[in-house]
Design a protein around this ligand. Structure first.
Ligand code: HEM
Length: 434
């Protein structure tokens, strides 16, 4: 009893103390004190619960951090990624980049919401709970402690598949593509490099990076790192996973940047930040100075966390994060469709951009970099590979999407034919090459 009271006091103290961050602009309608009167224990409820969850499995922190990113980048931080599919079509969750979000993370958010609503009533949005869960995931895995503005409302609709694909960068993107894509969200190169540092925790599926191994190996990849990855992913479509940061895979620190300097970044989008002259110095500065990384990461997360938020009377406060209020009639979860098998749906991540080809040519002309070590443990060879993904729920979702793509492919080929004719006829046709 005494120890649990002490524990709660400690959590409250932790949350109220370390607030030395320099906060950037706050969007109208959000505030750092939003729930102070309506749900004063909000932060403590979330932190206590996540503390317990992470004591059992710290890897869940990565899943929660990624969900917040996928929520914010598509249609703004409105909790739309949490919505199940409806009769009107498959949800954001079923768009290819979201198929690898962890089902456990969705469940943890629902559990948190139930806890919060039990204590405070239906006053806190799922979007805010997601943002707080991401924040605490960073802190509880060793990262900075920071405060975030709150007051987001939940969206009424999820984004289309096309919007989801268009807004989430691919792991095969080079720095030019990343900088261009993130600048549309008013994120600058420092933000891009800092946010990518979230890859200091978590895992990736083989299909997200095997285009760097097969048929030809990416020359910017360290050879022994490549050899280890080939053991984990003997073929390009293996469903295995490996960690994103080989030095300290479960610790939120700056070792991800040390990995990049040693040519041990997992995705092209990671490694190219060190190859590209515009971002190389930023990578190096974070690799040698963890406090600087933390400071820039917090600033970028606060920016990202305010993208196109709904406030005031917009949207709603959902009673259940997976469904919009009063919508159970039309609800038909695509997740529950029974479909035969887990297909090669992660194919999306294998689609290689043209820019990647050009980048490889450029890389070939680059000198091989030296080896850097900033006190990290080197997790070598098979030590950092994880077994296959046993996740039934995700497989179902992936399989569901399989069926959808067959229908979708038919529809889109008809649509594309019309588009092609329209473009041919249009005098001011613009080309959208990456
Ligand atoms: C900048 C462009 C980004 C790209 C191209 C990208 C791409 C990816 C990919 C492909 C994965 C692995 C998916 C899989 O195969 O399972 C991943 C994992 C992850 N990403 Fe990103 N990401 C980006 C930015 C971010 C940002 C901004 C955050 C958060 C602030 C983030 C947080 C994470 C985390 C924590 C994981 C591990 C998830 C897990 O273990 O379940 N990423 N990312």
């Amino acid at each position: 009893m005494v120890s649990s009271i002490l524990c709660v006091l400690l959590v409250i103290l932790e949350i109220t103390v370390a607030k030395t961050q320099s906060t950037g602009p706050v969007v109208k309608g959000l505030s750092y004190t939003f729930y102070d009167s309506t749900c004063p224990k909000l932060a403590a409820i979330i932190r206590n619960h996540l503390n317990q969850v992470f004591q059992r499995d710290i890897t869940q922190a990565a899943g929660l951090l990624r969900i917040h990113f996928h929520d914010c980048f598509v249609q703004g931080c409105d909790g739309s990624v949490l919505l199940d599919g409806s009769a009107s079509g498959p949800s954001e969750q079923n768009a290819p980049p979201n198929l690898t979000l962890r089902p456990e993370a969705f469940k943890i958010i629902n559990d948190l919401q139930a806890l919060v609503h039990r204590q405070c009533g239906q006053v806190v949005s799922c979007a805010d709970i997601t943002a707080l869960a991401a924040r605490d995931s960073v802190y509880l895995s060793g990262g900075p402690q920071y405060d975030i503005p709150l007051g987001r409302r939940d969206g009424l609709n999820f984004a289309t598949q096309a919007a989801t694909l268009a807004n989430l960068p691919r792991p095969t993107s080079n720095t030019t593509t990343l900088l261009d894509s993130l600048s549309t969200k008013k994120l600058d190169p420092t933000d891009v490099v800092a946010l990518s540092g979230a890859h200091t925790i978590g895992r990736g599926h083989c299909t997200s990076f095997t285009s760097r191994l097969y048929p030809t190996q990416d020359p910017t990849m360290n050879q022994s790192f490549a050899n280890s990855l080939k053991v984990t992913c003997p073929a390009s479509d293996t469903s295995n996973t490996t960690v994103l940061d080989i030095r300290t895979p479960n610790k939120f620190d700056n070792k991800y940047y040390v990995d990049l300097m040693n040519r041990q970044g997992l995705f092209t989008s990671d490694q190219d930040l060190y190859t590209d002259k515009r971002t190389r110095a930023i990578v190096t500065s974070f690799a040698v100075n963890q406090s600087l990384f933390f400071e820039k990461f917090v600033a970028a997360m606060i920016k990202m966390g305010q993208l196109s938020v709904l406030t005031g009377k917009q949207g709603e406060i959902r009673a259940n994060c997976s469904a919009r209020n009063g919508n159970d009639m039309g609800l038909w979860s695509v997740k529950s469709r029974s479909v035969p098998q887990y297909g090669k749906l992660d194919y999306y991540w294998q689609i290689d951009d043209d820019d990647n080809h050009q980048q490889n040519q450029w890389r070939n002309s680059q000198p091989q970099s030296k080896s850097y070590n900033f006190n990290g443990n080197y997790y070598n060879n098979r030590g950092f590979s994880a077994p296959g993904d046993p996740d039934g729920k995700r497989k179902k979702r992936v399989a569901s999407y399989n069926m959808y793509t067959v229908e979708g492919k038919l529809k889109s080929s008809v649509k594309n034919s019309f588009k092609w004719i329209k473009n041919k006829l249009s005098a001011d046709h613009v080309s959208y090459d990456a």
